[in-house]
Design a protein around this ligand. Structure first.
Ligand code: PRP
Ligand code: MN
Ligand code: MG
Length: 175
């Protein structure tokens, strides 16, 4: 499979993804059964994961979105371009940040800092993918679907220069 100049091969198939998402939802259903969490998916990448995850949440919950962006091509720039959607409605809430992937951890670190300054009651993170080796910031990700090596992935919401988010499975760069 080719996107622009890069060749990709299949990495995580649909059933593996669905199994992981189901497991994450079950843990959250258990841990938050006395609470009403606010899911906070980080746009754009987490939109498909967040939808599949939240469909399997069986406790009362709310959903609100934040938008940031830090990638240029295949490399995380470390510079966050935008950060919108963080507001006073998150005060005193049990927030669950939803990410498709944690790479360097810069995006999450910034978001978690901002959330704490808004006076949230608690903040946890659910990430479908986490790159253990590329992590620069010590960010605690309570719920993780897959730990992956430092490789470039697309599909299921993840993009290469904006392309590939629609793919049903997760692919990795072939070389
Ligand atoms: C990607 C991904 C995470 C972030 C992870 O988003 O969706 O949000 O990078 O990288 P980090 O841990 O190094 O900060 P991106 O900035 O590409 O924006 P997008 O979600 O709109 O694709
Ligand atoms: Mn993102
Ligand atoms: Mg991206």
């Amino acid at each position: 499979m080719q996107i622009k100049d890069l060749a990709f091969k299949q990495f995580i198939n649909k059933s593996k993804i669905q199994e992981a998402v189901r497991g994450l939802a079950q843990q959250i259903n258990t841990d938050y059964k006395e609470k009403t969490p606010v899911f906070l998916p980080i746009l754009n990448g987490s939109f498909i994961f967040a939808a599949d995850l939240i469909k399997q949440i069986e406790i009362p919950c709310k959903v609100s979105f934040v938008k940031v962006s830090s990638y240029a091509g295949t490399v995380s720039s470390g510079q966050l371009k935008t950060l919108i959607g963080m507001d006073a409605s998150l005060f005193n809430q049990d927030v669950i940040v939803v990410e498709d992937i944690v790479d360097t951890g810069h995006t999450l670190q910034k978001i978690v800092e901002e959330l704490k300054s808004l006076g949230t009651k608690s903040v946890e993170v659910v990430a479908l993918l986490r790159k253990e080796h590329a992590r620069e910031k010590m960010i605690n990700v309570k719920y993780t679907g897959f730990e992956i090596e430092n490789e470039f992935v697309v599909g299921y919401g993840l993009d290469y220069d904006g392309l590939g988010r629609n793919l049903k499975e997760i692919y990795k760069a072939a070389n």
